[in-house]
Design a protein around this ligand. Structure first.
Ligand SMILES: C[S@@+](CC[C@H](N)C(=O)[O-])C[C@H]1O[C@@H](n2cnc3c(N)ncnc32)[C@H](O)[C@@H]1O
Ligand SMILES: [Zn+2]
Length: 384
């Protein structure tokens, strides 16, 4: 959206939008960044600085909110567009007035990250809310995060991340990507896989905190650790999808012996390497949510609803399925999701709704059994 020059208020912040890119409906993404920084702040001694780099800042609303609502003591807001610098400086002026350390620059993020590396400057939270695929920025961005800090990254290259431009996916992600029904989750797992590989190559580890999308932008927040956790490498793997029967399955690269044919006999298509570990850190998100002040909530209602959905689904098992795809396999409409999940759980399997995309689910039930359960429900059987 090209916004006009009007004033815009969001949570505790008020900014002028200028004529550049701004989306009011990306508020949940901004709310979550503030929430994560608040969570980080409560584990940091009050005497310690709390520093943020907002590397693709646009009008600067994120930097302002990190300062006003999450207690950042230093904010660096950068946007490559030099025409935005006066606006950025003006919008962030309240932070300087409050005594925060403030930098506003108009460098390309590539140059800025290189400069920060030379100066050995690291931040508690690095927020890169860019266009296209962010993978080329990831190694330098990781270098700018302190150990225990957070990298919050957005990509909007839907075509390659969802397998609709497979050649670009190889170039940008170093991965095979095949279109399949759970495309948002596929994109998030590919992005996390690229972040994990870059972190490991630097000797670091990563823990996903939050992964979500609205179908246009794929957003992941990870905590960066000094070194990988035990067996963290097992989280990188490949995913198979069978177009004939809708089955998904996967394998860690460490145990890769070939993913074989589907139980229905057809050859699957393969995607990866991608992240097969958790997508969310529910305990941490619950803690972060408990920091909300009911009198002055920072989360907009839409953000709160989304967070509660994500909280209820850590992302395991790592292969999700779409109810509509199940319906296509069975012929006719699929059974209601709640009935399917209930029947699977009653039969002793794990089964839960996906927090990433509506009308999707994950279960460890073997696919033929899941299909049979769904078919019984479809024909009106109680499946009890
Ligand atoms: C999605 S917008 C940022 C929106 C903002 N974070 C918000 O929440 O409103 C992306 C911004 O990145 C800037 N940009 C694009 N390429 C850049 C680069 N290589 N380095 C720094 N900034 C860049 C654009 O000028 C644009 O303002
Ligand atoms: Zn099959």
């Amino acid at each position: 959206m090209q916004a006009n020059h009007s004033h815009y208020c969001e949570a505790g912040a008020s900014v002028e939008l200028g004529s550049g890119f701004f989306r009011a409906d990306s508020r949940p993404a901004r709310d979550f960044g503030v929430l994560l920084l608040r969570w980080l702040a409560q584990g940091t001694a009050a005497s310690q600085p709390l520093t943020v780099l907002d590397g693709l800042a646009g009008c600067g609303i994120r930097g302002l909110r990190y300062g006003l609502e999450a207690g950042a003591t230093a904010v660096w807001a950068n946007d490559a567009d030099p025409d935005r610098l006066p606006l950025l400086t003006k919008n962030l002026a309240p932070l300087r007035a409050q005594g925060l350390s403030l930098n506003c620059t108009a460098l390309t993020i590539q140059k800025l990250l290189a400069q920060l590396l030379l100066e050995e400057r690291r931040f508690d939270l690095v927020d890169l809310d860019g266009f296209g695929a962010a993978t080329a920025l990831v190694p330098a961005a990781l270098e700018a995060v302190r150990f225990g800090g957070i990298l919050y990254l957005a990509s909007s290259d839907g075509r390659s991340f969802t397998g609709h431009d497979r050649a670009a996916a190889v170039r940008r992600l170093g991965a095979a990507v095949r279109a399949q029904p759970c495309s948002w989750e596929l994109a998030l797992r590919l992005q996390l896989g690229a972040i994990a590989r870059a972190a490991w190559s630097l000797g670091r580890g990563v823990e996903p905190l939050l992964s979500f999308s609205e179908g246009r932008t794929f957003r992941t927040a990870v905590r960066v650790s000094r070194q990988p956790a035990a067996a963290e490498e097992l989280q990188l793997g490949l995913q198979a999808y069978c177009h004939r029967c809708g089955n998904h399955w996967g394998q860690p690269l460490l145990r890769w012996k070939g993913l074989g044919a589907c139980s229905c006999g057809a050859e699957p298509v393969l995607s990866g390497p991608l992240w097969r570990g958790p997508l969310q850190a529910p305990a941490l998100l619950q803690e972060a949510l408990s920091l909300e002040d009911p009198q002055r909530p920072l989360l907009a209602p839409a953000a709160q609803r989304l967070l509660l959905r994500l909280l209820a689904d850590d992302g395991l098992p790592p292969e999700a399925s779409a109810l509509a795809d199940l319906g296509r396999q069975l012929g006719g409409g699929p059974p209601p999701l709640a009935a399917l999940l209930g029947a699977l759980r009653q039969a002793g399997w794990r089964a839960s709704a996906s927090g990433v995309q509506a009308q999707q689910f994950r279960s460890d039930a073997p696919w033929p059994e899941l299909l049979a359960t769904a078919a019984r429900l479809q024909s009106g059987g109680s499946d009890g």
